[in-house]
Design a protein around this ligand. Structure first.
Ligand code: FE
Length: 202
């Protein structure tokens, strides 16, 4: 990694976060904002607004095999066609789960994450424990997070960087054959696109 890339990595996580926290403290101290309200806003961006962009792409990929193939083969091009743009998705690769192969995403160095597809990264994604352990013992970490994989399933861990962000394409759940795109998208959780959960069953 060059010095410049390394620096970009650092800028990614530490500076804006530290500054945001300082700003939040100041605003709370001055009585201008209420911390509970900020938490609820963040919650909404983490779970509802942000991940819906990724969820819709996944649902469309489930419905249209041709779209799925192109999405996996040339994600950047398809994102452009779908008018998906924004923070931290200059280059995205989609890793599709299939029987016997499970993908999970981490950023071991900091907290690189496809913001424009998934919204805000959850706090655990940025934690030193997750970043270190999911590489060393992915099966155990996933188990602890509620995802039990069969012993013969291969787990592939993808380490994000400022150059490449990853999104997991979860498997389409059984019993979802009759659903339309909007209903399918609701089954696609943020965690399933990071690879620490399955898509929900209808
Ligand atoms: Fe990072």
């Amino acid at each position: 990694m060059t010095e410049k890339e390394d620096h970009r990595h650092e800028m990614d996580s530490q500076l804006p976060e530290a500054r945001t926290e300082a700003l939040e403290d100041l605003l709370v101290e001055k009585g201008l904002i209420d911390r509970a309200r900020i938490d609820s806003l963040i919650e909404r961006f983490e779970h509802d607004l942000g991940p819906m962009i990724g969820a819709r792409l996944v649902a469309k990929a489930w419905l249209e095999p041709e779209f799925r193939d192109r999405l996996v083969a040339d994600t950047d091009q398809v994102l452009q066609e779908e008018n998906v743009s924004g923070a931290q998705i200059e280059h995205v690769e989609i890793k599709a789960n299939e029987p016997g192969i499970h993908n999970v995403v981490v950023c071991t160095l900091c907290s690189c994450y496809p913001w424009a597809l998934l919204g805000l990264p959850p706090a655990w994604y940025k934690s030193p424990e997750y970043r270190a352990r999911v590489v060393r013992e992915p099966r155990k970490v996933l188990e602890e997070m509620g995802l039990s994989l069969e012993a013969e399933t291969e787990i592939r861990v993808w380490d994000s960087s400022s150059e490449t962000r990853f999104l997991v394409l979860p498997e389409r759940p059984a019993g979802s054959e009759h659903l339309e795109i909007e209903e399918l998208a609701e089954l696609v959780t943020r965690d399933s696109m990071i690879g620490v959960a399955r898509a929900q069953t209808p």
